[in-house]
Design a protein around this ligand. Structure first.
Ligand SMILES: Nc1ncnc2c1ncn2[C@@H]1O[C@H](COP(=O)(O)OP(=O)(O)OP(=O)(O)O)[C@@H](O)[C@H]1O
Ligand SMILES: [Mg+2]
Length: 264
């Protein structure tokens, strides 16, 4: 049974249907990609999964339980953790202090006393940012701040990790290391769901990919299946017909990652 099941989720904001009947799942030990053009509904899906957004229709099940109406903190307690597309670290605290706060919260939730300094060092080393431990979080590069967010998530030892554009701000070498880290985190038994625009990373690490377009899942499958799917190519490249001139694709097309999706 999948750890996470999203079933026929619909989210409407007034006249805008951000998510339209999305159904997908994520399993332990696997990395699941959720991709799609800007505005496709990816972050809104994460908000529904984690409880920040109540869906208009549909169900979210976590570990076999219906959590659609479960508050955010309880989902977290049961083992969900996420990073945010817009960074959410405490800017005036150091990198180390940010992780300490996350450990305090996790420890409070579980009532476990830990050796915090060793834990912090371990988490910072694990994500590769130990060299920034004493820097203020608002002074570190964006890519490093994303890794800090991941360290804060890992402080709670989550079963499900939801990452919203985790590699943006990382250079090529850092992205390779990040991909290795994701594979190791999945091998430990975690389910990882990743929203990501770097197609090289997505195609390299994901076991399964779901493609959202205008709120609908238009394709689900292995990286190979997704890469060769015509609807996916149309959604990303807008090559199908005259009227397909969506402005919101422009920023996506401008990235260096598009050629990896392949057009023939
Ligand atoms: N709180 C909100 N109120 C109104 N509309 C919203 C709200 N949140 C998202 N939307 C709209 O819902 C749609 C999906 O947005 P969402 O942020 O989920 O897309 P996304 O796939 O994460 O895009 P991106 O790749 O740019 O991050 C967009 O049209 C967006 O403008
Ligand atoms: Mg988003």
């Amino acid at each position: 049974m999948p750890l996470l099941e999203v079933d026929e989720v619909v989210v409407r904001f007034g006249g805008v249907t951000a998510v339209n009947g999305a159904t997908f799942s994520a399993e332990e030990r696997r990395i699941t990609g959720l991709i799609g053009p800007n505005g496709a509904g990816k972050t809104t899906c994460f908000n529904v999964i984690t409880g920040l957004q109540r869906p208009t229709q549909g169900t979210v099940r976590f570990d076999g339980r219906n959590v659609t109406r479960t508050p955010v903190h309880r989902r977290s307690h049961r083992g969900m953790a996420r990073t945010f597309q817009r960074l959410e670290a405490f800017g005036s605290l150091t990198v180390r202090e940010n992780v300490r706060v996350a450990l305090d919260i996790a420890g409070g939730l579980r009532g476990v006393l830990r050796s915090q300094t060793a834990q912090i060092d371990h988490l910072l080393e694990r994500v590769g940012i130990a060299g920034y431990a004493d820097e203020r979080a608002d002074s570190i590069p964006t890519g490093t701040a994303r890794l800090l967010e991941l360290a804060r998530c890992l402080a709670g030892d989550p079963r499900l990790l939801l990452l919203d554009e985790p590699s943006s701000g990382l250079d090529e070498h850092e992205t390779d290391a990040f991909g290795e880290l994701l594979l190791a985190l999945a091998a430990e038994g975690r389910a990882i769901v990743m929203v990501e625009h770097d197609m090289d990373l997505v195609m390299t690490v994901c076991d399964e990919i779901h493609v959202l377009d205008f709120g609908e899942i238009i394709c689900s499958g292995s990286p190979g299946q997704v890469r060769s799917d015509e609807r996916v190519q149309r959604a990303y490249l807008g090559q199908s017909d005259e009227e397909n001139t969506r402005d919101d694709l422009a920023p996506f097309e401008a990235t260096t990652t598009i050629p990896a999706i392949g057009v023939g």
